[in-house]
Ligand binder design. Sequence first.
Ligand code: CA
Ligand code: CA
Ligand code: CA
Length: 627
Amino acid sequence: MPYLHRSLRPQLHPVPSNARTVHSSGQSFEQLRQGCLESGTLFEDADFPASNSSLFYSERPQVPFVWKRPGFWQHSEWLDVVIDDRLPTFRDRLVFLHSADHNEFWSALLEKAYAKLNGSYEALKGGSTIEAMEDFTGGVAETFQIREAPEDFYEILEKALKRGSLLGCSIDILSASESEARTPFGLIKGHAYTVTGLDQVNFQGQRIRLLRVRNPWGQVEWNGPWSDSSPEWHSVNPEEQRRLGHATLDDGEFWMAFEDFKTHFDKVEICNLTPDALEDSALHKWEVTVHQGRWVRGSTAGGCRNFLDTFWTNPQIKLSLTERDEGQESCTFLAALMQKDRRKLKRFGANMLTIGYAIYQCPDKDGHLSRDFFKYHASLARSKTFINLREVSGRFQLPPGDYILVPSTFEPHQEADFCLRIFSEKRAITRDLDEDTDIDLPELPKPTPQEEETEEEQQFRALFRRIAGEDMEVTAEELEYTLNAVLQKKTAVKFKKLSLLSCRNIISLMDTSGNGKLGFEEFRVFWDKLKHWMNLFVQFDVDKSGTMSSYELRTALKSAGFQLSGHLLQLIVLRYADENLQLDFDDYLNCLVRLENASRVFQSLRVTNRDSMHLNINEFIGLTMNI
Ligand code: CA
Ligand code: CA
Ligand code: CA
């Protein structure tokens, strides 16, 4: 079936009903409009005023601009951006984007809304057309250098048109002076054309692959083979001519042979649209899944594979490809990784980070992959480069199976929010491997009857007696004295003096009898844990610094039975690590005591076989206040 995609003037999508309002008043477009209608005034946008602050954040304007009067998508959700109709002008001409027709303002208004979303007009500088195309449509852009395009490029373009994707093509320029220069074939260099159709015709006993291209000027056309009035058309039967809509019209639109297209054009950009941006139900749509995530210094900002010690801490996303493409052995998908809000942060000095991703074969066992996995396994595929663009996307073909995708910044410790979108030909299942918290704690030891105690246990009882004194209960003061004395002897462990408050915390967490002191059994449980945690601390302090880095902590916690979600790990690092992302032993101990206690409470109160529990207000306050 031939497929013709009529006009590719930028399509303005009706705002989906689920669009989020971003105006500071909290009012939607309809509410703001109603307010203006009722008061009989024109809308003035206080969020993005008609002043220089909306135009620039760093440069002072060279000329006095006069502001005159004449639904969007960002990061995977539709935003409803409300703007007023004041536009920056100079000598009665629009300063920024404008249409050839001076009474046509949609493009300038669209640009204003886009500028508002990004903070100012200047924040847009250096952004590519394709970025704006993505923001207006919610799609994912791919760029093909035609010289390096894959063998099935014609099929890729055909499928793209069938999916309703926006296709742009252009001829590279070597210098600014070449911009908009006309070639002898009537093509304009450095100019953004659109590909609007693709078909095949019978010509002298051969099937010829044709491509229809549009010059958005609405004039100036290709004059080579298959152009409007070229002789090739005389050999095509009238019915096929009609089907292709062949007409000799100087409307900017023309056909050319695919082979000529490859010779004369240099670059094709495809903006792949998400199903919610497409109205036409007849289109073949991509299957899309979206993951929102975050690189946080000290927990999930691991950097690229060059940094083996931290790479494994990056977010990991499992991708299961189950269905092959129609008539193919493998599964096609696009993976697009976007860093969020960097343009908006530009005025605060934030630049685009260098980002990318790698794809690995998933091993049989489930769960977040560790450092050793990446040490011994090479990636199957990667984003083409790590690059400081807002979005990095790539097209892949892999056999059905399970894969792990690791998105990262190039350097470790760089923070940003990201959005990862997978566009697949057939449905793909994705799962964030860092969402799950899985806690596996050993059974608490049973008390041994005193008459059956081993010699070692008897020694421990004697120790307890010395610490606890006559009342045979350890108070916070007694614990403070003992713990500090023990830790002082451990040279492999750095610690700050444990305060009375921390010891009170330990007691209230270990005190199952509820008398505010530790009896022999309570103390024994705590002491066993302390020894175990101390051993883990020494074992996982890989660089022997005497402190636990946030990354060392993650493996130590896992070994202690705590597999925590990415989000919990981020919070723990924020709460317990110092500015160099290190934890002394006392921080580590506090963290583990609390984690262990919270986990035990959860295990005893959880609804059978469910990951939830029910608490009334008294239980909740008692637990969270740790009293
Ligand atoms: Ca034409
Ligand atoms: Ca007690
Ligand atoms: Ca260390």
